[in-house]
Design a protein. Structure first.
Length: 563
């Protein structure tokens, strides 16, 4: 079914809640395992419809934040979501306490129940109002960012459309672009501070009510981190500092030399090559055509997936006024349809986004028949392997996107991924410290960002441009506002994705088969079990970090661009 034909019907609270209660009653009343399976099946089917309505409203609202109908529906859903969670958590509780739990575990695996136990710890009816407030604040941030209108060179542009100007050949244009964006952020700094302040407070309040010491533990549980803890993540950050920050420091020094500046400031940070950054060639339609060719040639499965997406209007990737300035893949389970949302702006990032979100979409498409629905998705650290590895499986087709810029694209892509590790560790440590001390003021937080930025991005000079010089750079990050502690998932997944990259260069067929093995496990394994089952490097082992860092270094030595 085409996206435009997918019918949205408001999941009315009273009706939905009553239906969940009835489904709960049936699960509790089951006298045999068979009855229990039948009752659960009915819940699974109904839940898919409710979830589909939630996701449809969210997608349509993010496509146009000024669409009054979907803005109202989104608001309604954000309001009733936590109320309905009470009912679905009761169902989870009934499953956990069911006399047929063993039979269910035998059928679906123990992990689903471990995850349900974890989910139980993230909710209690006492926090419903707080969850509603958290949802509202998160939407407020997204709406503010989507509403940004930047007056630049006689045009009115959104934040995504400003991207190409940060890469402009003319330093004066870059400087003006960076300053103009800074002005917009500074004009909204009070609102950005107060939204975040309220988010930290409400998240901490929820955590305390649920019996946690701080929001951090709750944040981990929300992200379904079921195979590693905070100490392991802290060690991972140390490893990044030791093995990857030096690589980016070196790459940034090379960049400065190439573009003829003494050091990298925020004005030049996005400008990597003296004759310009790599850009995709052709119109968005031509880029899409090549994307189609790429997935047709990659494998029969990817071909089927991409055609399904195109035929059913499941891509919305061009930037538009009032569209949210984010990129994501969402899923509409009742139509078994992934949906890819992005904001193309003519930079090489468009291709990374296309292949990244296609990785999420492909993995979901391949898992679409898995039952129960709960097992379709793994945690985000696993999902990001799907996405980041797909960026690398697309490499053999990059010439068709970038033409004579292909070599620069490869260099830029690797540099970006390695740079992301430093940024990820920075964003992660920042959040750990913030939620450990929720009483921090706005200026404390900015100071903290500056000091951590000096640790993880020592090369970066903020050039006295207020938004960055004041340590507000984190305020453009949707994950920090909307999905705390997510960012380190890109580091975890990135290490694994780079090992796919290395293997795909030696033996593409084996790498692709291994990727499909991983995708096939969907949400049935923890991150740790998954990397073990697929014989992939565990990023928590420092030796593996070193191994991957050495591989990257070796490639850079052979493929460096020092013109
Ligand atoms: Zn992703």
């Amino acid at each position: 079914m085409k996206f435009s034909q997918m019918e949205y019907k408001r999941p009315n609270f009273e009706e939905t809640n009553a239906k969940y209660k009835e489904l709960l009653k049936n699960i509790k009343a089951a006298k045999t395992a068979e009855e229990c399976f039948t009752a659960y099946n009915a819940f699974n089917d109904y839940n898919i419809v409710v979830q589909s309505m939630f996701n449809l409203a969210n997608i349509r609202k993010s496509l146009n934040t000024k669409d009054e109908f979907y803005a109202a529906e989104h608001e309604y859903i954000e309001e009733i979501g936590p109320e309905l969670e009470k009912a679905t958590q009761e169902i989870s509780k009934a499953l956990l306490e069911s006399p047929f739990r063993k039979e269910m575990e035998d059928a679906w695996g123990k992990l689903m129940f471990t995850n349900l136990e974890m989910e139980q710890k993230t909710f209690s009816p006492e926090v419903i109002e707080d969850l509603q407030e958290e949802n509202k604040l998160s939407t407020e941030w997204a709406d503010l960012m989507a509403s940004a209108v930047i007056e630049f060179e006689g045009k009115q542009l959104n934040l995504s459309k400003m991207g190409p100007y940060f890469q402009n050949l003319d330093r004066e244009v870059r400087k003006k672009a960076v300053n103009t964006c800074s002005d917009w952020f500074m004009a909204h700094s009070e609102q950005l501070d107060s939204i975040f302040d309220a988010l930290v407070k409400v998240r901490t309040r929820i955590a305390k009510k649920l019996g946690y010491e701080s929001f951090t533990e709750l944040g981990y549980h929300r992200l379904q981190r079921n195979s590693y803890d905070q100490n392991m993540v802290a060690k991972l950050r140390e490893g990044i500092l030791k093995y990857f920050v030096p690589i980016t420091t070196r790459l940034k020094a090379e960049q400065a030399k190439r573009i003829g500046v003494p050091s990298i400031t925020i004005v030049d940070s996005g400008f990597s090559y003296p004759d310009g950054n790599p850009t995709p060639k052709g119109t968005p339609d031509e880029i899409f055509e090549h994307g189609k060719k790429m997935y047709a040639e990659l494998s029969p499965e990817t071909s089927k997936f991409f055609n399904f997406m195109v035929d059913n209007e499941l891509f919305d990737v061009l930037t538009k006024p009032n569209k949210e300035v984010i990129a994501y893949m969402d899923y509409i389970p009742m139509h078994k349809s992934p949906f890819i949302f992005a904001n193309f702006n003519g930079t090489s990032e468009d291709i990374d986004l296309l292949t990244h979100e296609a990785g999420h979409g492909y993995a979901t498409y391949m898992a679409k028949d898995i039952y129960p629905y709960k097992l379709l998705f793994g945690p985000e650290d696993v999902a990001e392997i799907h996405a980041m590895a797909m960026e690398f499986f697309a490499w053999p087709w990059m010439e068709g996107f970038f033409g004579e810029d292909t070599k620069k694209y490869y260099h830029n892509h690797i540099s970006t991924i390695v740079g992301l590790f430093s940024y990820g560790a920075l964003a992660d440590e920042f959040q750990h410290l913030i939620y450990a001390k929720p009483e921090m003021t706005a200026s404390d937080r900015n100071e903290l960002w500056l000091s951590l930025s000096a640790k993880y991005r020592p090369w970066l000079d903020t050039a006295d441009i207020p938004f960055w010089a004041e340590g507000r750079g984190w305020q453009e990050n949707d994950h920090i506002y909307q999905c705390p502690f997510y960012y380190i998932d890109y580091c975890l997944a990135g290490v694994v994705a780079l090992s796919f990259w290395a293997l795909s260069q030696r033996d593409f067929k084996t790498a692709w088969a291994k990727y499909n093995q991983l995708v096939g496990f969907a949400g049935t394994k923890t991150f740790m079990d998954l990397v073990e089952a697929c014989d992939l490097p565990n990023p928590f082992e420092p030796d593996n970090l070193k191994l991957v860092a050495d591989m990257v270094l070796e490639w850079i030595e052979g493929n460096g661009i020092l013109q």
